[in-house]
Write a protein that binds this ligand. Structure first.
Ligand SMILES: [Zn+2]
Length: 376
């Protein structure tokens, strides 16, 4: 089984090296699921309103949003040879948190290996049928589900799902990344930049490609983003601080040529994670893109992925800096209905984070007080 997977991976590498394949499948998925809608520039929610976006542009005082990811991978039936190891997930996530830190977004994650040989190699039909998400997505209203897979015959390195698309937080929303593009390692035989995942999560949090308004809408139509910058907040990628440009496959140089009105493209955001430039020059999001991600993370669509802000320490619902008998008495009063916790008290009391305050939380709290290690 593993050998079979290796051969398919090698064939996949040859395929990619021979053709300049489109490495992100997100727009293709959008076309498939929602047809012509993907070519329009409807405002799909408040977060697409440039005034609301601007209110969400983060600065150093913006509370960090911690986004929950649930990272799945598949292995042989005996659990051997997972497509991605926990160590590589750790490297990728360390890099993600490094990149997103200045934009006041961080990620917390779970990792699970499914010993299911049906998906030790994923093909196009399996991917397009959404069967993997339908079988394995874990609580998509609380987690963005990630599948790191070995692939055969698919034309993407990564593919994601916009927040406003059907099923984003209910059934089929997920990000897929080919195992060969997931991780972060500079050295070794096969270095991985980790930027494919940075890009795909950009989509999951509401970002378009920077070239969206040129090559993914009708030429010179009402969604076309002009080089002049006219209506740049309402056209293309809805960000006027990412100048439009034709798709820059692998190039880190500004394009020559003009837009449909004859205006030269000029300086373009080749260093942007949401372009298709070469990995080595991708190094930033713009502040409007950061504002869009915060705005989308504040909507009912994907706001459930954010860990609720809690100024109280876990296990200290009376917020006196100690976990002690007073906190246990408080939990008992909540359980018996003698008092009602406010939102922060509730978060600090629900120690196993199952959405309820009950005897299980008291047991964990007793163990905290006794200094026992707790297996939650
Ligand atoms: Zn993309």
């Amino acid at each position: 089984m593993k050998i079979n997977r290796l051969i398919k991976t090698l064939i996949g590498f040859c395929f990619f090296s021979l053709v300049s394949a489109e490495m992100c499948g997100t727009m293709e998925r959008y076309y498939q699921l929602e047809g012509d809608r993907a070519m329009q520039c409807y405002q799909e929610g408040d977060a697409d309103n440039p005034n609301i976006r601007n209110l969400h542009i983060p600065d150093n005082s913006t509370p960090i949003k911690n986004v929950r990811l649930y990272i799945h991978t598949f292995s042989n039936a005996d659990g051997s040879f997972p497509s991605v190891s926990e160590g590589r997930v750790q490297q990728q996530m360390d890099y993600m948190n490094e990149v997103y830190e200045q934009y006041r977004i961080q990620f917390v994650w779970e990792y699970e290996v499914h010993p299911d040989e049906n998906y030790s190699v994923v093909n196009n039909q399996e991917y397009n049928s959404n069967q993997i998400q339908l079988q394995y997505n874990v609580d998509p209203s609380m987690y963005h589900n990630i599948f790191v897979v070995s692939t055969s015959g698919v034309d993407w390195a990564g593919v994601s799902h916009f927040p406003w698309m059907y099923g984003s937080t209910t059934t089929i929303g997920a990000t897929f990344v080919d195992e060969n593009y997931f991780g972060h390692s500079n050295g070794g035989i096969n270095p991985i930049s980790g930027k494919t995942f940075v890009h795909e999560i950009g989509h999951a949090l509401g970002l378009w490609h920077t070239f969206h308004g040129v090559d993914e809408v009708t030429n010179c139509g009402n969604c076309y983003e002009f080089a002049s910058g006219e209506e740049g907040d309402l056209r293309g990628d809805f960000c006027s601080d990412t100048r439009p440009h034709p798709t820059n496959v692998w190039s880190c140089s500004d394009p020559g040529g003009d837009d449909c009105e004859g205006t030269p493209w000029g300086e373009t955001p080749v260093n942007n994670f949401m372009s298709y430039s070469n990995d080595w020059c991708q190094e930033q999001f713009t502040w409007q893109q950061a504002g869009r991600m915060h705005a989308w993370l504040s909507t009912h669509e994907i706001g459930g992925w954010v860990v609720p802000f809690n100024p109280y320490e876990m296990g200290d619902p009376n917020n006196d800096s100690f976990t002690n008998i007073q906190d246990i008495l408080l939990l008992i009063s909540y359980i018996t209905g003698q008092s009602e916790p406010d939102q922060y008290e509730e978060l600090a009391s629900d120690l196993n984070q199952d959405g309820n305050i009950n005897i299980q939380d008291i047991i964990i709290m007793i163990n905290m007080i006794l200094g026992n290690s707790v297996n939650q």
